[in-house]
Design a protein around this ligand. Structure first.
Ligand code: 4AD
Ligand code: MG
Length: 477
């Protein structure tokens, strides 16, 4: 079917004025005025609809069309008439309409105020609502903006494996990948357990597909570093999986992460890339998603556009973890109540992150140099012996949007850290090799793509920015 998309018409109506067009789309509303009627049609190409005018006298199936339910799909042939003096700048005068797919009366999403919880149970239909059309248009544009930013800055895009045999974060939150029969797992005697290296496991991994315990990746960073040490600046953008048993508004079991990695780069350079990228993406969405943002600003978060504009034009705050703890302790002295007590050494909780970024700094905030005990093994040790060159970026409403560090580039220090943490250096031989052959200072970070989309849309639940969310106890659709 040769069809014109509604977006093209809104972009350049003059070009289509007086022309015969074929449009295919879904009905948003029908009004029957007896001798003539109106159908508003949307084809998903843009937020705007197309008004179709139908005359009873010239359409043999006029009554059938007027009886069509919202959501029906139609093919309309007609002439585009420019109507510059009316609220609608143009309309399509139909010469022929064909109903392609009718809508059964139990269509669940025609309810006027379907809640987001209700729509989560109807994930196959929710992209048809205005709210989700706005969210997923912004998600798509944000992905494009991220690629654009890194490509224009000369970064190499590298895809990293989804199936892996190493735990990049060392946190043990991996989903197993196996072809073994779970009802009948092959075992070996613990005494001659040589196959794979699963500690005290008696599973005979040599019988498994990869002949070793394998998992879904929690991060592409380690493989990304291999490419950074050859290309200088690289980024990954791919799916990430974490079997974290945390049922929160900000955690998904399957999410997307962008992980840039830069050779010859320190923590300050790392923060500059992070800040530059976030501002680029925000500006890109502000420029290209005006209707979507206006809709979200009206119905989801009245401060959204104001906040995004403010962030795009102001410098992010930068503090050390030690300074951040100081700020939080002073807040407690002044009477602010936190559920989790504050003291040097704690992992910052969401309430602490929100206080720092929402109440104290009132803008995105980089917190650097965390205690080594609460951060991953690969982070570069600082001279104080207590902290590592880590950086998290906290944003109002979302908390941690990205986390990264300078990487430990000294072979001996890294090997000792791996051993001290009870990990097996043999599992990290390739990673250690990078420190043996032409090592250099390098740094990177990982942005949770959904956390970014939450920030860009004002949506407060990660389940509503993922097309088909996977969370604890839920992998439906
Ligand atoms: O802080 P994380 O665990 O860092 C890493 O994975 C590093 N390898 C990144 C790097 O240095 N290359 O995760 C990075 C980001 C977090 O800041 C958060 O935005 C997001 O990933 N994230 C999640 N998003 C949704 N659901 C989850 N369960 C997430 N866990 C982390
Ligand atoms: Mg983190």
């Amino acid at each position: 079917m040769k069809r014109t998309r509604i977006k093209q018409i809104w972009k350049d109506a003059e070009k289509f004025g007086g022309k015969e067009l074929t449009i295919a789309g879904w009905v948003r509303s029908v009004r029957d005025m007896k001798q003539f009627g109106f159908v508003t049609l949307n084809d998903g190409s843009c937020f705007n609809d197309l008004q179709v005018v139908l005359e009873k006298g010239s359409l043999p199936n006029y009554d059938e069309i007027c009886a069509a339910n919202v959501g029906s799909s139609m093919k309309v042939k007609g002439t585009l008439v420019l109507t510059p003096d009316r609220p609608q700048p143009f309309e399509l005068q139909a010469t022929e309409i064909e109903i392609l797919g009718s809508v059964a009366p139990d269509y669940p999403i025609q309810k006027k105020h379907a809640t987001r919880e209700f729509l989560r149970e109807h994930q196959h239909l929710r992209p048809r609502t205005n709210l989700f059309r706005a969210v997923f248009r912004i998600r798509s544009l944000a992905a494009y903006a991220i690629h654009t930013y890194f490509q224009e800055e000369g970064f190499l895009y590298v895809t990293t494996p989804i199936i892996t045999t190493s735990d990049a974060e060392g946190a043990g939150e991996m989903f197993h990948v196996t072809t073994l029969d779970l009802e009948n797992v092959p075992k070996i005697e613990a005494s001659d357990n040589k196959a794979g290296d699963a500690g005290t496991s008696t599973v005979d991994w040599s019988k498994d597909f990869f002949q070793a315990p394998a998992s879904l990746t929690v991060s592409g960073q380690l493989q990304g570093e291999n490419f950074a040490m050859a290309f200088g600046d690289i980024y990954t953008f791919g799916p990430t999986f974490r079997a974290e048993n945390s049922n929160t508004r900000r955690h998904a079991a399957e999410f997307w992460m962008i992980e840039p990695e830069m050779a010859f780069c320190d923590l300050e350079g790392n923060m500059n890339v992070a800040e530059g990228m976030l501002k680029f993406v925000i500006n890109f969405v502000l420029e290209n998603c005006t209707q979507e943002l206006a809709m979200l600003n009206k119905f989801v978060d009245k401060e959204l556009i104001k906040r995004l504009k403010h962030v795009a034009s102001s410098a992010f705050a930068r503090v050390t973890y030690t300074e951040a703890i100081d700020i939080l302790e002073k807040a407690v002295e002044k009477g602010h109540k936190f559920d989790y007590p504050v003291s040097w050494g704690i992992d910052l909780q969401t309430e602490h992150e929100r206080y720092l970024t929402e109440e104290h700094f009132k803008r995105p905030t980089f917190v650097t140099d965390y205690p080594k005990e609460i951060k991953a093994f690969y982070m570069k040790a600082n001279d104080d012996g207590k902290t590592v060159a880590a950086v998290d970026c906290l944003v109002p409403g979302v908390g941690e949007i990205l986390g990264g560090s300078t990487r430990e580039d000294d072979f001996e220090i890294l090997e000792k850290r791996i051993v001290d943490l009870g990990m097996n250096p043999d599992d990290y031989k390739a990673y250690l090799d990078l420190r043996k052959y032409g090592s250099c200072e390098h740094a990177g970070f990982g942005v949770g793509f959904e956390r970014l989309v939450m920030y860009l849309t004002g949506i407060d639940n990660i389940r509503d920015v993922l097309p088909h969310p996977r969370t604890v106890g839920n992998a439906k659709f």
